[in-house]
Design a binder for this molecule. Structure first.
Ligand SMILES: Nc1ncnc2c1ncn2[C@@H]1O[C@H](COP(=O)(O)OP(=O)(O)OP(=O)(O)O)[C@@H](O)[C@H]1O
Ligand SMILES: [Mg+2]
Length: 249
């Protein structure tokens, strides 16, 4: 594993000794016998916008799942805001709820994320899980639907929406929980030009609002527009002249 740059030196958020929000130390993970993440050491500070790049199968989606507590270290460790995330710690319902509230995951495939009968139930699901009162839930649903421009879809069934509409709903579901960090897996895949442009602007707004973004993408223009720095997985060497962390797995 090689770090060609240390992310600690790359971003303004680090200048004030901000502790890492997301910290991997020698993290390893294999699906069955297939190693997907090997000896990952990486730290991301609150407010960073980081783009994960690398070839198909290089482990980007797997790393996002680890960040969100959907899979766990088989060797090494992962800490979110100083607290180790393990299969055991996630069995504590209060801990896992808190983690899922603080880090939102927008899947590449929105169908994997949407399961309620209506869009407004879907967007309300997270805030209800957080135990908020119905008045606060209603306010959050309204705010998220307005920000995502999906007010007209509120009564619709999520499964019957178009791909781009589903993506907006999936983002609204996360936004309504007001997390600190957002993980996006290939957010622009399958979107038309105007929706891409809108999403690009939205990601910049989230970043400007101080949210932490971790985005896996093959889209160079997205990476160029939103990344404070890049994380390259695997053997690919690009952007040598840009702030980047290279993880040679
Ligand atoms: N559910 C799974 N079961 C078994 N192996 C898996 C599973 N998911 C991923 N893998 C394997 O883990 C490795 C990393 O996959 P991952 O999906 O993280 O790559 P990726 O960088 O996101 O690729 P892509 O650019 O194609 O989205 C690959 O070798 C893949 O075949
Ligand atoms: Mg992937």
């Amino acid at each position: 594993m090689t770090h060609t740059h240390d992310p600690q030196t790359l971003h303004r958020a680090n200048e004030d000794d901000v502790p890492a929000l997301i910290a991997f130390d020698d993290f390893c993970y294999a699906y069955d016998e297939t190693p997907a993440l090997r000896h990952i050491t990486l730290s991301i500070s609150a407010g960073d916008s980081v783009v994960l790049m690398g070839d198909n199968g290089s482990g980007k989606s797997t790393l996002l799942k680890a960040i969100c507590g959907l899979l766990f270290a088989q060797r090494g460790s992962y800490r979110f805001d100083g607290q180790e995330v393990t299969e055991r710690s996630m069995r504590d319902l209060a801990f896992s709820k808190r983690l899922h509230q603080r880090i939102g995951f927008i899947f590449q495939d929105s169908d994997a994320q949407l399961f309620c009968a209506s869009v407004e139930d879907e967007v309300a699901f997270g805030p209800r899980q957080m135990g908020l009162g119905e008045q606060e839930v209603a306010q959050r649903v309204e705010d998220a639907c307005r920000l995502l421009g999906i007010e007209k879809l509120r009564k619709r069934a999520p499964y019957a929406l178009s791909g781009g509409e589903k993506k907006r709903v999936a983002i609204a579901c996360i936004l309504s929980m007001n997390p600190d960090a957002f993980c996006f897996d290939e957010p622009l895949a399958g979107l038309d030009a105007s929706t891409r442009l809108w999403l690009l602007g939205f990601l910049k707004q989230l970043h400007a609002a101080g949210k932490t973004l971790v985005i896996a993408t093959h889209d160079q223009s997205l990476a160029d527009e939103v990344a404070d720095y890049f994380v390259y997985m695997g053997d690919h060497h690009g952007y040598e002249d840009r702030p980047h962390v290279h993880i040679n797995q």
